[in-house]
Design a protein around this ligand. Sequence first.
Ligand SMILES: C[S@@+](CC[C@H](N)C(=O)[O-])C[C@H]1O[C@@H](n2cnc3c(N)ncnc32)[C@H](O)[C@@H]1O
Length: 336
Amino acid sequence: MRSWALVVPRARAEEIRRRLLDRDLLQKHLRIASEGETVLLPIRRQVEMGFPTAEKDFAEGFTAIRSYRDVVEVPVAARSSLPSSFDVVGDIAVIKIPETLREHRRAIGTAILRWNPSLKVVLEDRGVKGVHRIRELDAIAGERRTTTIHREHGLRYRVDLSQAYFSPRLASERKRIADLVREGERVADPFAGVGPYSILIAKRRRPREIVASDANPVAVRFLRANVAANRAERITVLEGDARAVLKRVAPVDRVILDLPHSAMDYLPPAFGALADEGTVHLYAILERAEESERGDVVKALAEKAGFLVRGLAHHHVRAYSPTKYHTAFDVTVARA
Ligand SMILES: C[S@@+](CC[C@H](N)C(=O)[O-])C[C@H]1O[C@@H](n2cnc3c(N)ncnc32)[C@H](O)[C@@H]1O
């Protein structure tokens, strides 16, 4: 297709392409071409940018924006520190921004919204804090809200990221656990948050009962709403400390201890809640070298609780830091 072209030196082509994109002058459906050491940028009309223009033939093609980094406006020196990924919860993007890029955070947010127009909010993730594991968030682009509806495994979860914990990164782990639940089981999910483990199990398996609870009253409010919205049956929702709930619900066949930083503290009450046999899913943040020792401690605690360990397996749910992993231990025990 014939179009006006801006003829620019190869070394400046990327910079000029971005400027054209920003001014909406680039013909995005035409493929950028080159002639020797010059690059031909297809443009909507002749423009004065200090480079020659000429009429040229271009091939047509779809040029998708592959990443927000393709359209973000930051100095060249900052580009290498741009985060390569971020979480998407419903129509909200949640991104961790390195301290060195904080002055560019609004540009990053704007680029994310431009990259994916179905996203409506960009929040800067300032870390998860406190007992209730609540994320500190700053709005950096788009609408000013922290609530949304997130879809996972065909189910819908209403969340408020500023008031109750939710992470989309655990979707596969939730599915893995749900797939292990056998018909007729009683399951305790004492760190249930807004309900993504319990509701998935209730909807996809045939348990006898699931007791889903959390110490954060706001999480429990969302949990109840999500149970109702997904028409999940056989879930009993409670509010309170995991230790007390585990005492109250015993005996159960399976306990999900999804509080990675301190789940070990709750392992004895979890064993205490099991029937004559059962399984505990214990999460932890560990270096690889710490895993086998952690396994030994788990075994010792099981024996102290009067059980024999029938199965102890672990796997990495995801990388947590350059050296640590979010690790899941599946501990299956039977009364000694
Ligand atoms: C890591 S979040 C997990 C949430 C949920 N399982 C999920 O997949 O989204 C841990 C949850 O445990 C809750 N929590 C922390 N300490 C608790 C305790 N002692 N008893 C009960 N819940 C607690 C927090 O409020 C938070 O919702």
